[in-house]
Ligand binder design. Structure first.
Ligand code: SF4
Length: 247
């Protein structure tokens, strides 16, 4: 695979009004070594669409060790439902042990989430992405007014590309609203995380996610003790960098 930066920008423009299925098809046809990143939330629609294109599609999830019990069970439900190989990616035990030994299990409430997210999410993701040439995410522009309003449907990954590995990142749901995602889930009887039925919209780690009230934005349920501008965990840190650049 060899796609120039200009090709990526051209494809992003061309595919900006295409359907998520068309963007997933492009991703699977263009990048041989690619996988879906599944968070255990409503991004399950990516899997539902992708298995109809390629039943052998690769999927991975980050297990931070701090997910809700409902999310662990849901990961297994999705694995069984679609017959997929789900690669559950764990953080390095020595790094987690060091953090917990030095700062305890809830240091993020005192000094912010970035250190813990760095150990439990970003470092494992970096190791996983180093084995791939592309990844497919469930990011949507309506998920965060502060950080996601400008995400393209296709981009060269601004955070995890390296000199030796230009990583392509596909965001097939970028243009979809939450209502469209949930209409798809209902219409296609897609299994969903039971936490959504308890008022959770955005689902992350148990200590850092809470249900939101009607009309509250979904990101208000994440790291609620921090400023809205900081509400990216590092998996999509390029979004924050891009926002900062235009401010
Ligand atoms: S979301 Fe919370 S518990 Fe999970 S990795 Fe980040 S700081 Fe740690």
């Amino acid at each position: 695979m060899s796609i120039s930066i200009l090709d990526v920008q051209r494809l992003a423009t061309t595919y900006d009004d295409r359907t998520p299925e068309q963007i997933i098809s492009l991703a699977l046809e263009t990048v041989e070594n690619i996988a879906i990143s599944f968070s255990g939330a409503e991004d399950v629609v990516l899997i539902d669409m992708a298995v109809q294109i390629n039943p052998a599609v690769r999927v991975f999830s980050l297990d931070t060790g701090r997910l809700h019990p409902e999310t662990y069970r849901y990961l297994e439900q999705v694995r069984d439902h679609y017959g997929i190989t789900l690669d559950v990616v764990s953080p390095a035990a020595d790094e987690v042990n060091k953090l917990v030994r030095e700062k305890g299990l809830y240091s993020f409430y005192r000094d912010g989430h970035k250190e813990c997210c760095g150990v439990r999410k970003v470092a494992p993701l970096r190791r996983k992405l180093a084995t791939l040439n592309g990844w497919i995410t469930g990011q949507r522009r309506d998920q965060s007014i502060g950080t996601r309003t400008a995400i393209p449907v296709i981009q060269e990954d601004p955070s995890f590309s390296t000199e030796s590995n230009r990583l392509l990142k596909f965001n097939p749901l970028a243009n979809w609203s939450s209502a469209q995602v949930w209409a798809y889930i209902r219409d296609n009887e897609v299994p969903y995380n039971p936490l959504h039925g308890q008022g959770f919209i955005s689902i992350g780690c148990e200590p850092c996610t809470r249900a939101v009230l009607p009309n509250q934005h979904e990101r208000e349920g994440r790291w609620w003790w921090e400023e809205a501008a900081d509400k990216e965990c590092g998996l999509h840190a390029g979004n924050v960098a891009a926002q900062t650049a235009v401010r």
